[in-house]
Every structure is written in C-alpha cells, then in structure tokens.
Design a protein around this ligand. Structure first.
Ligand code: ADP
Ligand code: MG
Length: 630
C-alpha cells in the first residue's frame, strides 16, 4: 500500500524486494533469533524487550500451554510437564538417555525403536515437538518484527551433532513450518559473527593464514572447534567437545554441595531437586560479578565464595580443556599455532572459564561480543547470504563431518568410508564384493562413529541391495557411495557394477522419528494450519493498518493545512480513528482489510493533491527542457 508514499524523483521507495531471513540459535538452555538490518546482525526481542527465549515448553492436558520465560516459571511447581533441555534428547535413543537421563526429571516412554518420548499430562511428547514449539515461537517473533512471513532460516547445531541429531533438528523446523536454508555449526557461526575475514582484509600485516579456536560452553553442551581462515575462506580443521557437559553441570555440582550443606538426603523429589538447582544456578551467575554470595534454603543459611565454587567446578572446566587438547591433536596443531580464541556460550561468563582457557592457549580470548548472542548473529549473517539478499562471493564456508561414516563389514566390524573431519559437501565410494557363491542380495548397514566394532557405533540406517546376478563369491563388484550435503545429511547408494542394479537411501536415522510419525505430526500441524494462517493474515493487516495510520497522520501534519479543507481534514481524522478502533478490536483479518481499503479510498484525493504539489515543487525553477534532458 504505497498510496501516500511520495518519493523524490529518481528514488523508488523499494528498489527490490528484500527477503526476510533469520538466524536461529536453537540452544539447550536458551534460544535466540537474529536478522540483518542495514548490514548489521541484530538479535530480535519479544514484546518485553528480552533477547533470550528459554528453551522450555510447559504442557497441560490440552497440550502445550506456553513456551519460554512463562513456561520456565512452572519449573518448580510442575517439573514433569515443564520440558527443558530437550536438545540433549534430540536424535538420541533410549540407551543414550539412560546415561544422562537421571539429570532430567522426566519419565520416558518405553523404547519403541524410535526416539524416547516424554510422558506428560498431554500424553507422550517427543523432543522434536518441543523444539518445534520453540522454533515456532521464535519465527513468530521474527514475523511480528518483519510484519510479514519468514522466507527462511539458518538454524545452528553443535558442531559434532551426528546425522540423527541434525535430522531431528531439521524435522523440528519442518514441523514448525520453517524453511531451513542451512544447518550451520554453532562455532562456525560464532567465527562469522566476529567477522574475522574482515579483520584479515583490513590489516595488511595480518598473517596469511589464521587459526581460530572457538570455545563454546553453553548450558548443556561443550564444543571446541578449530577453524582455519585463509584468504577469506573458513575451513573447519577439527571439532570436538562433549554433548553432555555445560553450565547445567556446574549447577548440579553446586546443588550437590548445597544438598549436603542443607542436610537433605540423596533421594530428592523433583521439586526439591529443582529448588536446589535454581538456587545453585543463580548463585553461580551472581559469582560472575561478585566474590561471594549469601544463600538461604529452608532454615539453612550459608555463604558460597568464588574459591569454593572453583573447587566444585574446576574438574568440569578441566574436562573441557582436555577436549580442547584432543581437538588440537586431531588438527595436528599446537596451542601456539592458534591466532585467536573466541569465547561463546553463557557459561563463559564465569571468569574462571576464561582464565583457564587463556592459560591453555597462552593468549587472551576474544569476548567483545556478547557470548550468548554470537551464534545467532553469525547465523543471521549467513542466512542473509543464503536467502539471496547479499552476494556470498566473499564468504565461503567449509564444514567437516563430526564423526566418521562407515559401513558394517563381515564380523561386525566397521569400514570407514568418510573419515571424521573431512570437509563437506563430500562424496566418497568404496567397492565391496559378495562372500558367498550365488549371493543375490547384500545388506548395507550404515554406521557413524570412531569405534572399531559396529556394535559400538551409532546405527544410522540399513537397506538391502537386491537383484545381484548370481556369481561366484568375490566376482560381484558393489560400489557403495556416501554423499553428505552441505547440511551434513547423508544419502547412500549401492550399485552392482556388472549388472547396474542399484539401491539408494536418504538416511533417516533409526533414532530419528519414523516417516509415518512425521506424517502424522505434519497432519496435526496442518489441522492447526488454518488457525495459524488466520493469525498470520491478521498480523499482516495490523502491520498494514499501523503503517497507514502513521503515514496518513504524518501527511496531514505536513500538508494538511495547505491541501485540505477543514471538513476534509475532519473526515480523514474520523476515518483514521475508525481504523484504529477496528485494528484493536477485530480478530478477522478481512474486516480489517476492508477498513484499510476504505481509508485508502477516503484519502485518495489527498494523495493525488500531494503528488501534484510535490511534482510542482520539483519542477519549480526548471524549464521543461532541462527536466527532459536530465
Ligand atoms: P545453550 O547454548 O546451552 O542454550 P547458553 O549459551 O544460553 O546455553 O548458556 C546458558 C548457560 O549460561 C546456563 O548454564 C547459565 O547458567 C549460564 N550463564 C548465563 N549467565 C551467566 C553468568 N552471568 N555467569 C555464569 N553463567 C551464566
Ligand atoms: Mg549455545
């Protein structure tokens, strides 16, 4: 609706339609959404101006009741239905969950071969559904801010998320109706946010090649990544870390100390556990700025000093440092080779973490950007390129396979086809043969992991190549090709070369949710889609109405005296007032659209007069001749 938009001659108001893209940091503890405005990455806030969205959803018998801060408030009163930290469960099997599930207060449904589901009053809820709720909320925040629909998002994942975990993240986005432009490793996003390629270009004296370590300690995950930056190209040399280590573990260590102090026994109910954890967490965060903190639980009172906290968490920090050393070894580097260290994640606010990291690498880490926000900001910058708003020529990203991809061979061993830390996208093939005379089928079992025995690696998928012509053992030539796309997702094909029979599979990992399940979840989302679309359409009309009211008031203020009679001005003001009222009261987007249309009609004449006046003033003092030549 450009009715009252009058632009200077030669300047069109909208030179080209910009696409609306965002970067989403889907965190274990907190999530954020950011976009690029005037070339700068900017985190989008909610109506209260808050940047973080706690990654929490609360369920009642009717389903999800709220997401974010509001949901987190149910932590203590209703812990079993307040689902937090589900990122830890994404793409995991029940066996994985058993190893760290005791840190989560939830009850899990029995393993049905798929992903573990959490028992809630609303029934069984999968981690993918919870993640979808969080993504939906963030997308909504962005759509309100844009006043229009989202064209796509870059969503970040921990660097060493395996295929199942990446697929689960993508499924959550699909469920939330978000187009995924790319899954991006979190540390890579952080390096982009720091614009280290720009730094390189600006300083002549900068070394030809720069090695950057990104140390990301969040609430539930630790990531260390070693990137090489050379001539504006980022390459991930190595990734490592621990998918079950973060600030939550600091909280647990402190809570455990608290429990002993307070004299509670080990067998806590979920509510007691939450109270201890919340107290521990806020004590930890306070100790970031002060030397000691006074605590009170029930009738116990005490003091926690920084030194005491260090004794509780140093072991955990040291664990992260060992992972750093391992990754350096993987990359064939020594700590002196590192040019920059970047701190990412809320837990790096604890000064002790920065100190120990500085000690390990022998240099002060970069931390000028808010460690909570860097990942979302980098993702936004990448989204801007991928959606086509900005040329990506100057930024080329290479990522690596976090864990080797292989195939099960005779005797339950794994033969690696793509080794870990290979840059993606990548395609690799290997030839196998039959081991029995007349064998006409071959089972392909796709695995991911570093261990030698297939049973120790993660099983991603199985399929069978059939129709191999009967031959003597060892005569068939079966070429198995693994292909990993830019998101780190795998497809596998197998072909017998003499007969050309072929089978292929897009790997939908066994731990991911099944095809039918996705379908049924999508159907669920379709049944809500009507409501969602209504809400979206209404939002669009509201934005339109606001814009119209603002433009019209500005125009009346500027030109009303000169171009309108008193009556005309009064009429327009009444029309504006009516529009305001309808905008506030209606939930029906068509009603609002009609009102907008009628105000547009009422102001048509005024717009035409302003247009004339502006042309006249542009022409004033020039001959027609001049204008035509110009
Ligand atoms: P994630 O990436 O896992 O979602 P974040 O990067 O948001 O997590 O980090 C969350 C963690 O940061 C939590 O454990 C939280 O307690 C911790 N944290 C936040 N603020 C502070 C602070 N001021 N001092 C210490 N830790 C903090
Ligand atoms: Mg994070």
């Amino acid at each position: 609706m450009a009715l009252l938009q009058i632009s200077e001659p030669g300047h069109s108001p909208q030179p080209h339609q910009r696409k609306h893209a965002v970067g989403i940091d889907l965190g274990t503890t907190n999530s954020l959404v950011a976009t690029v405005r005037s070339g700068m990455a900017e985190v989008l806030t909610d109506e209260q101006g808050r940047e973080l969205l706690p990654s929490v959803a609360h369920y009642t018998a009717d389903g999800v009741s709220c997401v974010g801060y509001e949901a987190a408030e149910h932590n203590v009163s209703d812990p079993l239905n307040t689902l937090a930290s589900v990122k830890r469960l994404m793409g995991r099997g029940l066996a994985d969950v058993k190893t760290f599930g005791d840190q989560l207060p939830y009850e899990f449904a029995a393993d049905d071969g798929g992903m573990p589901k959490i028992k809630t009053v609303a029934g069984l809820v999968s981690p993918i559904q919870v993640s979808a709720e969080i993504l939906r909320k963030l997308a909504g925040r962005a759509e309100i801010s844009f006043g229009s629909m989202l064209d796509g998002a870059v969503i970040t994942v921990p660097a060493y998320f395996d295929d199942a975990q990446r697929q689960a993240t993508k499924d959550a986005a699909t469920l939330a109706g978000i187009k995924v432009l790319r899954l991006l490793n979190e540390p890579t996003a952080a390096a982009i946010a720091y614009g280290l390629d720009q730094v390189e270009a600006e300083t002549d004296t900068a070394p030809q090649e720069r090695i950057i370590a990104i140390y990301d300690l969040g609430g539930g995950t630790f990531d260390i990544s070693i990137l090489r930056l050379s001539k504006g190209v980022f390459e991930v040399l190595a990734t490592g870390g621990d998918s079950a280590l973060g600030g939550d573990d600091f909280d647990h260590a402190i809570a455990n100390w608290l429990r002993v102090q307070v004299g509670m026994d080990e067998d806590l109910n979920p509510i007691e556990q939450r109270i201890l954890l919340e107290t521990a967490k806020s004590a930890k965060e306070e100790l970031t700025d002060s030397e000691q903190v006074e605590l009170e639980i029930l009738d116990w009172k005490g003091t926690l000093t920084r030194t005491l906290m260090h004794s509780l968490i140093d072991g955990l920090i040291d664990k992260t440092l060992r992972a750093c050393k391992r990754s350096l070894r993987d990359a064939g580097l020594e700590n002196l080779d590192i040019s920059n260290v970047i701190l990412v994640g809320g837990s790096t606010r604890t000064p002790r973490v920065g100190e120990k990291v500085a000690e390990l690498f022998g240099k002060q880490p970069l931390c000028s950007l808010d460690p909570d926000k860097v990942v979302a900001m980098g993702a936004a910058l990448q989204a801007e390129v991928l959606v086509g708003n900005k040329s990506g020529d100057d930024m080329l990203l290479l990522d690596v396979i976090p864990l080797s991809l292989g195939i099960e061979t005779m005797g339950g061993l794994i033969e690696k086809i793509i080794h870990r830390n290979t840059t993606i996208p990548v395609a690799k093939a290997q030839e196998f043969t039959t081991f029995k005379d007349g064998q006409t089928a071959m089972a392909i079992h796709i695995l991911q992991g570093e261990r030698e025995l297939a049973s120790d690696c993660r099983s991603l998928s199985r399929f069978e190549l059939r129709g191999i012509p009967p031959m003597v053992a060892g005569a068939a030539k079966i070429r198995v090709a693994y292909q990993v796309d830019a998101d780190g997702l795998l497809s596998v094909s197998a072909r017998e070369l003499t007969s050309n029979v072929e089978a292929r599979i897009e790997v939908r990992p066994s731990y991911g949710i099944g095809e039918e399940e996705i379908t049924s979840m999508l159907q669920d989302s379709f049944s809500h889609a009507r409501d969602d679309m209504q809400a979206r359409a209404l939002r669009e009309q509201q934005v339109e109405a606001d814009r119209m009211i603002e433009d019209l008031l500005a125009a009346i203020y500027k030109d009303g005296d000169a171009l309108l009679s008193d009556d005309e001005r009064r009429c327009l003001k009444v029309a504006i007032q009516e529009l305001r009222e309808v905008r506030e009261s209606t939930i029906e987007h068509r009603v609002l659209a009609r009102q907008i249309e009628s105000v547009a009609k009422a102001s048509e004449e005024f717009a035409a007069r302003r247009m004339d006046a502006s042309i006249k003033s542009a022409l004033a003092g020039h001959s027609l001749d001049e204008i035509e030549k110009g």
